[in-house]
Design a protein around this ligand. Sequence first.
Ligand SMILES: [Zn+2]
Length: 476
Amino acid sequence: MTRRIMLNAKKPCLLHVPRLVLVLLLLASCQSTNVKETKSSRSHKAKLPQPPQVTQPSRPKPTTKDENEELRQEIETWIKDDIVPKVSKAIYLPYDGSIPIKVELTNVSEQLAYMEEYYRQEDPENPGKTYANRNDWIGEYVTVLGLLQDANDFLPVYKDFRSSFAAASYYNGTIEVYLEPDQPLDKDRLYSSLVHEVVHLLQDQYFPFRHPDVYQDNEYEAHKGLIEGHAKFIDLLFRNEINPDDVTNPEFSKRFKKYLEDYRVQLESYNISNDPSATQKQLQHPELSNFLLYDAVTPYSYGPLIVSYIIEDLVEQGIVNPAVFWKKVHAFLDNPPVSMEQVLHPEKMAAFAETADAPDPVNEDALTINTSEETLLETTIFGENTWRSLLRAYGIDTAEAVAAAAGWDGDRVWVLRNNDGVHSVHMLIRFDSDQDLQEFVTTLKKAIDGKSILHVEVDALELRLVFTAKSEQSES
Ligand SMILES: [Zn+2]
């Protein structure tokens, strides 16, 4: 979560501004992955509805210590004199200086301290309440979905995602480099991360992230899929010391696609329970932890494959001039996918007209709410990938989750609280065919068994689901 969209959000509507919690918890946006891929996933936002947000939290100011100033300058010079020229030449996006390059050094404890401080502040929208209070209901929401037993565990688990970082991040012209205290800087490890962040800087210069008119999470995620996919594609080329001009070689592009497929599979096989660096709290709540991670990692696992798909198409057209070639890739950054479905299945992008598949959006008013009894806390769009992530978090194996979520054609999620303080989650999902719908229902019922009370209603190709937490049911 990285780009101008965060800063320039003009209309403060429910879904317009990226989610507050992760703005707070994952302030360092868009950490690039480095040697340890699974770590990077923790530093990206996940799909959670957010409360309305009007005021933007200010960024923490990294406090570069005097003794680090020399190192900071060294990295800045390295980026300016070596990495920027190499990357901009490789991807045919000259750096024009319009975004000054700044490097700041930071570390995990500094960011955590800022976060804690931020949480203690009073929320100007809700006098008497802190920013931490504002997010209380999100714990209830994931509990209703059966991902947690106790809503109070949400924030501690979530905070732990803040405790591990990738090597660097890009945010509005600034490249932040994370230093581990008492550890020497590993320049080899940092290199491809800096390449990645420099790609973001160049993207920022040429393709300010376009804001959909009506902001939808799913669409934001899809844009991010291409933005991150492009950056990850380039950082993997550099990491493997490949000349980016070689991608127009048909043999090479096939081999590299295979490499990216393997890379995706590697990221997709992640499970918090097998991660030696997972914290105690994350291990105690694997369903929530996996849900957050699965969803967050997708732009980095599937994103590079979109670029690969575009390349395959261009190579088939016989485009071999790298300059022409990369320009055509850039045209996609100008016209990004509109749905995560298209990130997962690039052939469904509008640019590939024969197989294009745009979602059938579900409007906010598709759920009738009795406002004297219930309050709408949030509404959002999951998208195909979040359904996959949810099913996988429930323990469904990846292949079955992928098959179950396929055929998705649109959805909406509403989080409600009734006058007794009981939360419920309503969902409406559209499918391409009845078979797609039935497959999904079968897998979902298996997945949710015993975790939540699930009400299922089918009408033609539409599926309505209502989740209620078990404990709440038994209390009432
Ligand atoms: Zn990135």
